[in-house]
Design a protein around this ligand. Structure first.
Ligand code: AKG
Length: 373
């Protein structure tokens, strides 16, 4: 399904993105669910898929985690099934993320899908990330509160909620309506009938994650062996003192490593092109030979990108799932980064270069791209 978003992106970014929540009525006209509740329930039975059931009764909350063996114990009200990263496991559902590519790929995370029965929801909470919540089948009442400092509490060890809040948005959402919520705005959705919701979630690295990721990069590559030195060691009042100029020199040593674009860019490309959720990798058996890839593309076969695979570009360098692609064929690399489905034309004369074909075969044999049926 080719989902079209009725949205003026420059206007949306200026007025709402990272600033204010908003309901985009009929954001997707004539919305058709890409997945059924039964298919979603089936996915939540798979051990690789991250899922949870959240229910409440008389103010008591319960959370259980998949994989689930049965749903027979569930009543007809007050529960929700939530499945993370469905774009990794279900191609038609992944198509729902494409209209959001007006925003950068590197900021996008995953598609979480929930199925809720009447009264179902995860309660009032806030997220650290931007999210677009698309209403699928059914009606659901969504409320969003003002972003003010709020204490979070756990009514169940696996559930983080906030206290009740006054709604600045209070809307009965219908199929195709989209609710955009920037980080930190409390929100809650309660189903009025059986309903499906699609959350296109974003990611934004924290300073802590970046320092830790960069430290891993420095260790793996054995960088930063250069040591502090002080041939003109300054005198001090007390031997216990560490002088301001020494602290400046030490901080400078650390910043020097981060400030080298060849290290910072390489590290960030590797870091941010890794998915936060498991990929549905299946290796072709037997593996493809490069000439088989060539023949298939020349016959008109199409190569599709694995759902959730992150392919990002920094300058002319392309990173795929934590690794930089090594090839001088820039237009072909750009095509890999831009398109979800590729034909021989996208690769151009790169296909005539055995080293490019070998790289492409390695990507296909890693399960990152596959020939569409
Ligand atoms: C979110 O994606 O932040 C939500 O609150 C969605 C929860 C749901 O679908 O029940």
């Amino acid at each position: 399904m080719d989902y079209q978003l009725a949205l003026n992106w420059p206007d949306f970014i200026e007025r709402y993105w990272q600033k204010r929540p908003v309901v985009l009525k009929r954001g997707i006209a004539n919305f058709v669910d890409p997945i059924s509740p039964d298919e979603l329930a089936g996915l939540a039975m798979e051990s690789e898929v991250d899922s949870r059931l959240v229910s409440h009764q008389d103010g008591k909350w319960q959370v259980s985690h998949g994989p689930f063996e049965s749903y027979d114990h569930l009543g007809e009200s007050n529960w929700s099934l939530l499945v993370q990263a469905v774009n990794h496991w279900h191609q038609p559902a992944a198509a729902l993320m494409l209209p959001f590519r007006a925003l950068p790929d590197w900021r996008m995370d995953d598609l979480m899908i929930s199925f809720s029965v009447p009264g179902g929801g995860v309660g009032p909470h806030l997220d650290q990330y931007d999210v677009f919540i698309i209403q699928g089948t059914g009606r659901r009442r969504w409320r969003v509160g003002e972003k003010v400092p709020m204490k979070q509490h756990c009514p169940h060890p696996d559930l983080l909620q906030v206290d009740p809040f006054v709604g600045i948005i209070d809307e009965e959402m219908e199929p195709g309506d989209i609710l955009y919520i920037p980080p930190g705005f409390p929100h809650e959705g309660y189903s009025l009938e059986n309903s499906m919701n699609y959350s296109v979630g974003f990611r934004a690295p924290s300073g802590r994650e970046m320092i830790s990721g960069f430290a891993d990069y420095v260790l793996q590559r054995e960088l930063g062996s250069h040591r502090f030195s002080d041939p003109a060691v300054p005198s001090r009042e007390h031997p216990a003192d560490i002088l301001p100029q020494e602290l400046d020199q030490l901080r400078g040593m650390m910043l020097d490593m981060i400030n080298k674009p060849e290290h910072f860019n390489q590290w960030f490309g590797e870091f941010i092109s890794q998915s936060r959720h498991e990929l549905d990798v299946s290796l072709p058996e037997p593996p493809y030979q490069p000439d088989e890839i060539y023949d298939a593309l020349q016959q008109g076969d199409k190569l599709a990108r694995l759902g959730g695979l992150r392919v990002l570009r920094i300058g002319e360098d392309v990173f795929v799932n934590g690794e930089q692609l090594d090839s001088p064929h820039r237009p072909a690399l750009e095509a890999l980064a831009s398109h979800m489905v590729l034909t021989a034309e996208h690769f151009g004369d790169a296909l005539e270069d055995p080293s490019f074909l070998a790289m492409l075969a390695a990507l296909v044999n890693s399960g990152y791209w596959f020939f569409e049926d």
